[in-house]
Design a binder for this molecule. Structure first.
Ligand SMILES: [Zn+2]
Length: 289
């Protein structure tokens, strides 16, 4: 099989890459995501990034995008891209490229990528999550990525970790995203999340471990891999606190060895994951169905 185009749609940047059938990222490009409510300006930036890397040998295009979206990405409304509300991304991109386009939630894409080439390779049951500006996740159970009713399965960012905590953008109170995302940390401390104190870094890890504990118990998962600028930027302080909390909170016998670990693909994860979205949709073996 030839290579695939991979696209990562984000609120800060639009990234594109070429990924081989074995999951090697061969080329990449990016454009800043235009601010404001001009839907076409955002789409033009995306297509520009793709055209920079495209060789003409790619057989399909996979996309990871922030949600919410309708099933298959026919219509996307990423929370951090105000210009796209109900934007028909799949058809627009397919028309522009002349290729089949497959779209999924960016955190689900990351789960596919981590299972294919990353820290969850060979695992049939795991949670993959992103702790950055927001908090997202994807779940692989019995070797299959969970989709759910509207394809939104895995939204661990809206698991409650502090019942009396901050109000979340979703409207609930004390969601993991409202307590441990970069946005939440900045709001709590009055400074960028990257400048947070050791105590604040450990607190973020602890709350992520708390959310993960509920999920591993619910689904019998031995592993959670975590990506994102907050988690990876905070490093050992974050992961040691997360593991300690997970071990304290997930005590039933089958969860007792559950591990939480850094994701393995680093900054290639979103694009390798986007490629995996296309390969999965077309029935190619990537280790996760
Ligand atoms: Zn929420």
């Amino acid at each position: 099989m030839d290579s695939v185009l991979a696209v990562d749609v984000g609120g800060t940047k639009m990234a594109a890459g070429i990924v081989s059938a074995d999951g090697d990222l061969l080329a990449r490009s990016a454009r800043p995501t235009p601010k404001g409510d001009d839907a076409e300006a955002v789409f033009v930036a995306l297509v520009d990034a793709i055209q920079e890397v495209r060789t003409g040998n790619e057989v399909s295009c996979g996309v990871g995008s922030g949600g919410p979206m309708t099933r298959g990405g026919a219509s996307v409304s990423p929370l951090n891209i105000p210009g796209w509300r109900g934007f028909p991304l799949r058809d627009r991109l397919s028309d522009a490229l002349g290729l089949p386009v497959h779209i999924d939630n960016d955190a689900k894409a990351l789960a596919l990528g981590e299972g294919w080439r990353g820290a969850a390779r060979g695992e049939r049951n795991f949670l993959a999550m992103v702790v950055s500006t927001g908090v997202g996740g994807g779940i692989v159970l019995d070797g299959r990525l969970l989709d759910g009713e509207d394809s939104n399965a895995g939204h661990i960012g809206h698991v409650i970790v502090e019942p009396d905590g901050r109000v979340c953008p979703c409207g609930a109170q004390g969601c993991l995203e409202a307590e441990a995302s970069g946005t939440a940390i900045a709001a709590r401390t009055g400074a960028p999340a990257a400048e947070a104190s050791e105590e604040e870094r450990q607190r973020a890890g602890r709350l992520v471990g708390r959310g993960v504990a509920s999920v591993v118990s619910l689904l019998d998962l031995p592993l959670a891999v975590v990506a994102g600028s907050v988690a990876l930027g905070y490093g050992d302080l974050f992961f040691e606190a997360a593991q300690h909390e997970l071990s304290q909170r997930a005590r039933i016998e089958f969860t007792s060895g559950a591990r939480i670990a850094p994701a393995g693909l680093g900054d290639e994860g979103p694009l390798v994951g986007a490629a995996a979205v296309a390969l999965r949709a077309e029935g190619h073996g990537i280790g996760v169905a």
